[in-house]
Each structure stands twice: as C-alpha cells, then as structure tokens.
Design a protein. Structure first.
Length: 322
C-alpha cells in the first residue's frame, strides 16, 4: 500500500507494529510533483510529502493519505471523486489528525479533535445494487465494532440505529455511507468514520446523543493507540467489503443485528431534519414510540404499535432521558 503523509517520520511509523513489513522508499515529493496521482490531491501545495510502501497480511488497500490537518471533509472529496469521469484508481483511504468542515449525517457538524480517528475510504465495486443496498450503511458501523473488539476483546460496542456506535451508552463513533450506481450495478462505495480515541469532544447533550465518550475514558481503553485502532479499522472495513463481494449482504446484516443495542429497548423515533435538543417539548410528536421488536433484512426498525417498519429517522432511548 502506498502511504503518503505530510507528518514526516511520524506518518511512516503510524502504522508500524511488530510483525508488519514497513518499507520506506527514498524520495520526498510536493503535491505539485504528483501529476495525476489521485492521493496527491489531499495535500496543500506548500506541504512536503513523504512516501513509503506499507504492507501487512490481509491489507487490500492500494493507497492511504495521512494529513496533519484537513481544510475540508475528506469524505466529501472522495464522494466527488467517485462521481467524476476518472472514477477511483483503486481502494483508497484518507486520515486527518484534525481539520475543519467535517460533518456527520445530514451534515450535522463533527468536532475533529486531535487524538481521534477521522477516516474516509472509497472502493470500486461491481455489485448488484438492489441486492446489496441494505448492507451499504451497515458495513462501516459493523466494522467499527469489529475493530474495537479486535483491539480490546473485553469491550462491548453497540450500534444505535442507524449509524452511531456506543460504549457503555456513550457515543464513541459515527459513520457515513454512500454508494454510486449505474443502472442495476453498484460501482463504488464511500465510507466515513469519526471515532473518539483519546478525546471526548465537548458536545452539548441532546435527546439523540445524551453522552459522548472516547476509548481512553472507557475501562481498558487507555492503552489503545491511534495507529493500532486505524490498522484494525482498515482491516475490518476491507474484510467486510470482501465479504459483501463474495457472500452478498446477509453476513453484514446479521452482524449489524448482533451488534445493535436497540432491540428490546423502549425508544422514540422522530423524522430526520429536526433540531438537536434535549427538550422533548420542542419537538413534534414522534413517528413511533414503544419497544423495538426487531430489525428486518432491510435494517428497517419494527417498533411495537407503529403502523409500518421505519426505514429512517432519529432514535432516542427512552431510558436515557429518565
């Protein structure tokens, strides 16, 4: 895998661990020297960029760009690239140590605190769009859970429908997912992951996110280094993408169900587009209120008393408000 970074030697060693083959190529380039190199577009012209080749068993990514600070969303940049005439050169990923312009679902702002993981990735695929569509949003949330358990088997990450990952009830990660299709075929997938490793950002509590946490604040999580979590997440995402290609959507859907912490809990679900608030009186009546019965094969939420399954919305755990 080609690793490009403006962090100097810190970037080269971010992924290094015992048993990993890390080969540093000679040469330092500036973004203007990249020509048509896709990953070079993620660096500002004044930055010196170091280049190395990194490999480890099972790594399927062809390139990784690690930048000190991103001036805008790398997820959005990858999404735009998939829609361009050239498409993607291969499965690629980008990491920013910090930055501005990052966002979550529905462009809700995301605080990119230094010490946390801000990963975006994109992969060309050739999949049945209708068949695989339900697995697209499941894969990044499942991969975060896979990675956390690989790093710390005692951790018990739980997915909160649709795209939050919790530890002990506190939001630890949020994910984004998009697919580019033409006709009946899915041609590319783009994922974004914001994972709080060292810092729990100061976020005002709301009905939907009552508490934020980070790995270092959780039992046994203090020793989890950013590079260790990054490698585990890259592996987990790649493995789930390969699984989708070879076995279809069923394994990802099943894993999402197993990690989901909503089934059996009392919830309230509102439509998207409402303001973040901790005042239930400021919101209209929810679309559904009751105990979650199950998630179906499309990851639609079945709530007792609801007239139909819910395909989207913002969920609040009722007990979290009491």
């Amino acid at each position: 895998m080609l690793l490009l970074t403006d962090l100097g030697n810190r970037g080269h060693t971010l992924l290094k661990s015992p048993g990993m083959d890390l080969e540093v190529k000679s040469g330092i380039r500036k973004p203007g020297d990249f020509g048509g190199d896709f990953l070079g577009e993620f660096f500002t012209p004044e930055k010196q960029v170091n280049e190395s080749m990194v490999s480890w068993p099972g790594c399927g990514w062809s390139g990784l760009a690690v930048v000190e600070e991103a001036g805008s969303s790398q997820y959005d940049a990858l999404l735009m690239a998939t829609r361009g005439p050239g498409g993607l050169p291969g499965p690629v990923a980008t990491v920013a140590l910090t930055g501005t312009g990052f966002h979550g679902n529905r462009r809700r702002p995301w605080v990119a605190a230094r010490g946390n993981l801000h990963l975006s990735c994109a992969a060309p695929v050739d999949l049945d769009a209708a068949l695989c569509a339900p697995a697209v949003p499941a894969i990044p949330a499942v991969a975060v859970c896979d990675a956390l358990q690989a790093c710390a088997p005692h951790m018990n990450p739980r997915i909160k429908w649709v795209n939050d990952v919790l530890l002990n009830g506190g939001k630890t990660a949020g994910v984004l997912a998009a697919a580019q299709s033409r006709g009946s075929r899915m041609l590319s997938l783009v994922y974004g992951v914001g994972l709080n490793v060292a810092v729990a950002p100061p976020v005002e509590p709301t009905l939907f996110v009552p508490r934020v946490t980070c790995l270092h604040d959780e039992p046994g999580g203090r020793d989890l280094a950013l590079g260790m979590v990054l490698r585990a997440l890259l592996d987990a995402l790649w493995n789930r993408l390969e699984e989708l290609r070879c076995e279809g959507p069923a394994p990802a859907i099943q894993a999402y169900r197993q990690y989901c912490g909503d089934v059996g809990r009392r919830v309230m679900v509102w439509s998207e587009g409402l303001p973040d608030t901790d005042d239930i009186a400021a919101l209209p009546a929810p679309m559904a209120e009751g105990r979650v019965l199950r998630l179906d094969d499309n990851l639609a939420l079945h709530v007792e008393g609801a007239p139909a399954p819910l395909n989207g919305g913002r969920l609040a755990h009722v007990m979290d408000r009491e």
